[in-house]
Design a protein around this ligand. Structure first.
Ligand SMILES: Cc1ncc(COP(=O)(O)O)c(C=O)c1O
Length: 371
């Protein structure tokens, strides 16, 4: 039995919306992007969403728009995808890593204050696997030291913690619509925020710093545009937005399915004594983006091989960022610098987890793990 790591769930509604978009004039940023932005903002309960080409772009532009740059330090976690740390480097700032909680893999709020220096300008917590970080604790620290707060919500569209949702206690929340994400258009991203002037600046920055978008320039009589600051080319297209729009109404329904799947996996995994799984703490509604397990470090890679040879797709999310060659070479990081994140990195495996996965497939994965 083959069990894919991920299969998207896009269907007729998405196809129809894309065809409708293709039959119009504007393939680039236009009405579909506006519709998506409005609907997603409504879903999130935030005032603004700015559609982009990726979450990497969302993190990059959020840092730029919040005036973080050369000489500044930004605190984040080493237990994340490289995009989080790379975006900090794109603006010329320095990523300062803080170790994670051993149970959850989330940045440990108790360790943040010790990492703050006179150069620290921002914190980027990452809501790993769908579980939100303790935003109440982190935002208290951000306020105390006057730091900007940018959430990496690539894994966390649906998450809630202690009654708080992404974007409510931060300056900006960054989303990914990459191929395997809970909401997907293959490649895409967005920033959500309550501050209108920040959203306006992000809209300018996503298009080279141009004062008017293509839709603005070509609707009605031609209008001249100006360039007011140096920006990037990160604007979401109408085609990407057309793929995303129908998914918004089904976010909750799809979450329910992943909730059942998560519980089914946990039921089977709990019976296998050598396996462990990150904890979801009280007061959290996880977005359930990835289903990860932890196995003894000296057996992890062999188990990955065994799963693959049984046609079961799996991944590693993630090996700790500071131990990747570039970060080791550039910053001189060594083993045992962030031991909890490193342990996660050596022990974790992500199992197939997507809507449509049959109960028999989950049982099959558990059987192979047990064997
Ligand atoms: C935690 C995290 N942050 C950022 C990103 C970057 O997202 P994108 O691929 O949309 O740039 C990802 C993507 O996998 C991610 O998992």
């Amino acid at each position: 039995m083959k069990v894919e790591f991920y299969k998207h769930n896009l269907g007729v509604e998405e196809q129809q919306k894309v065809l409708e978009c293709l039959s119009g004039i504007f393939l680039t940023t236009g009405q579909y992007v506006k519709d998506f932005e409005n609907r997603f903002a409504q879903y999130l309960g935030l005032k603004n969403v700015v559609g982009l080409t990726s979450c990497t772009a969302a993190l990059h532009l959020s840092l730029l728009a919040l005036d973080i740059g050369p000489g500044d330090e930004v605190i984040t976690t080493p237990m994340t995808f490289i995009a989080t740390a790379n975006a900090i480097l794109y603006v010329g700032a320095k990523p300062v890593f803080v170790d994670v909680e051993p149970q959850t893999g989330l940045i440990d709020p108790l360790l943040i204050e010790a990492a703050i220096t006179s150069r620290t300008k921002a914190i980027i917590p990452v809501h790993l696997y769908g579980q939100m970080c303790d935003m109440k604790a982190i935002s208290k620290i951000a306020h105390k030291y006057n730091l900007k707060l940018i959430e990496d919500c690539a894994h966390c569209v649906e998450g809630v913690r202690d009654g708080v949702r992404p974007g409510q206690l931060s300056d900006a929340a960054c989303y990914s619509f990459y191929a395997t994400k809970n909401l997907t258009c293959g490649e895409g991203g967005a920033v959500a925020c309550n501050d209108d002037s920040l959203a306006q600046r992000l809209m300018t920055l996503r298009q080279h710093g141009m004062s008017k978008s293509a839709a603005d320039r070509y609707t009605g009589a031609y209008q001249h545009w100006d360039m007011t600051e140096l920006g990037w080319k990160y604007n979401m297209s109408n085609i990407q937005a057309a793929l995303l729009i129908p998914q918004i109404d089904r976010i909750e329904e799809r979450w329910q399915k992943r909730d059942l799947l998560y519980k089914l996996y946990r039921h089977h995994i709990n019976k296998i004594s050598y396996l462990n799984a990150p904890k979801i703490v009280d007061g959290v509604k996880s977005a359930y983006h990835l289903f990860t397990i932890k196995v003894p470090a000296d057996q992890r890679d062999a188990l990955l091989g065994r799963l693959n040879s049984n046609d079961i797709g799996c991944a590693v999310n993630y090996r700790a960022v500071h131990l990747l060659t570039f970060y080791k070479d550039e910053f001189g990081y060594k083993l045992n610098t962030f031991p909890k994140a490193e342990q996660f990195g050596f022990e974790t495996i992500s199992l197939p987890f997507w809507i449509g996965l049959a109960e028999s497939q989950v049982e099959h994965v558990a059987r192979i793990l047990n064997a």
